[in-house]
Design a protein around this ligand. Structure first.
Ligand SMILES: CC(C)(COP(=O)(O)OP(=O)(O)OC[C@H]1O[C@@H](n2cnc3c(N)ncnc32)[C@H](O)[C@@H]1OP(=O)(O)O)[C@@H](O)C(=O)NCCC(=O)NCCSC(=O)C[C@H](O)C(=O)O
Ligand SMILES: [Mg+2]
Length: 268
């Protein structure tokens, strides 16, 4: 499924069990909010969180896209979550720990809306291309915490140990023409570290980043947007191009470079 809307640069997770976070999100600059029913919600608060998520999307998040992350297939809450999302006005359902195209398509159909598939296990990574191309899938979200755990990475491992998985997710999303969002950055007070990880994510080809705290939004939005230099370069290249292969400053350009420059400007 090709998602018609531009991909979000910033997708903010919040526990659906936290009414203060829900209220706060309505005034934040995130492109998408993801009301979580899974890992951030205690078992004894699941039913209340589910009802709160449905009510929150009904009340609306203004121009922000609204998604609900349900509990995974096989969990005690999964069926009730599916029914709740199906009866809600959420824009997207987010399914954690997706490992096959069949389960992604089935959940998208049951919910009656596009699905954002979280790729966060080795099986999920290996099936990413099929999952991205499954009916009803609008994007892939990277679950770097679960990925680190399921790959059994030692705490000292950096993102380098996940490079193949991250690139596979981008490759799969691009092949199916769906969104690709990078994983969350767990440190809450490290703006520099966040900016560096966002730059790396953008360089890998991700459209944006999933986030966990309001103070991460501005950093991620800036990092996933074009720099003033990139904008100036794109405008100059388009103005100079006359078609076909030609010299532009000190390099060769062809039609695809003009298309790339136009695509960059279209995302401003
Ligand atoms: C991580 C937190 C628990 C930290 O909470 P806290 O210490 O309370 O934060 P602050 O005091 O700094 O909060 C300041 C105000 O901002 C609001 N707030 C905080 N976080 C959010 C948020 N995510 N969205 C909206 N608003 C938020 C607080 O309510 C404060 O407002 P106010 O009370 O009015 O002053 C907390 O940030 C948090 O819960 N974050 C999200 C956690 C989450 O959703 N986790 C699940 C997704 S991550 C994941 O699972 C990824 C993937 O699956 C993987 O495997 O990697
Ligand atoms: Mg996870």
């Amino acid at each position: 499924m090709t998602t018609a809307r531009l991909a979000p640069r910033t997708a903010l997770f919040l526990p659906a069990s936290n009414p203060r976070a829900i209220a706060k999100a309505r005034g934040l600059d995130a492109d998408m909010v993801i009301l979580d029913l899974e890992d951030s919600v205690r078992d004894d608060a699941k039913a209340e969180a589910r009802a709160a998520a449905v009510a929150a999307v009904a009340e609306g998040f203004g121009p922000r896209l609204a998604a609900i992350r349900i509990n995974g297939i096989g969990s005690a809450e999964h069926g009730a979550d599916l029914d709740a999302v199906a009866g809600s006005v959420a824009d997207f359902v987010v399914l954690p720990k997706v490992e096959s195209a069949v389960e992604a398509a089935a959940v998208a159909e049951a919910c009656g809306r596009p699905l954002l598939a979280m790729i966060e296990t080795p099986l999920g990574v290996l099936a990413a291309a099929a999952i991205a191309a499954a009916p009803g899938v609008g994007g892939l979200l990277t679950g770097t915490n679960d990925l680190a755990a399921t790959l059994r990475l030692p705490p000292s491992s950096g993102r380098g140990a996940m490079a193949l998985a991250l690139q596979t997710i981008v490759l799969a999303a691009r092949a199916a023409e769906v969104w690709a969002l990078d994983g969350v950055f767990n440190a809450l007070d490290d703006a520099q570290g966040l900016a560096a990880e966002c730059r790396e994510g953008r360089a890998l080809g991700f459209d944006g980043k999933t986030l966990i705290h309001p103070n991460q939004i501005a950093v991620a939005a800036a990092a996933f947007g074009p720099t003033p230099q990139e904008i100036a370069d794109a405008e100059a290249l388009i103005a100079a191009a006359t078609g076909g292969a030609e010299r532009y400053r000190d390099r060769m350009i062809e039609t695809m470079h003009v298309d790339q420059a136009r695509a960059l400007l279209a995302r401003l």
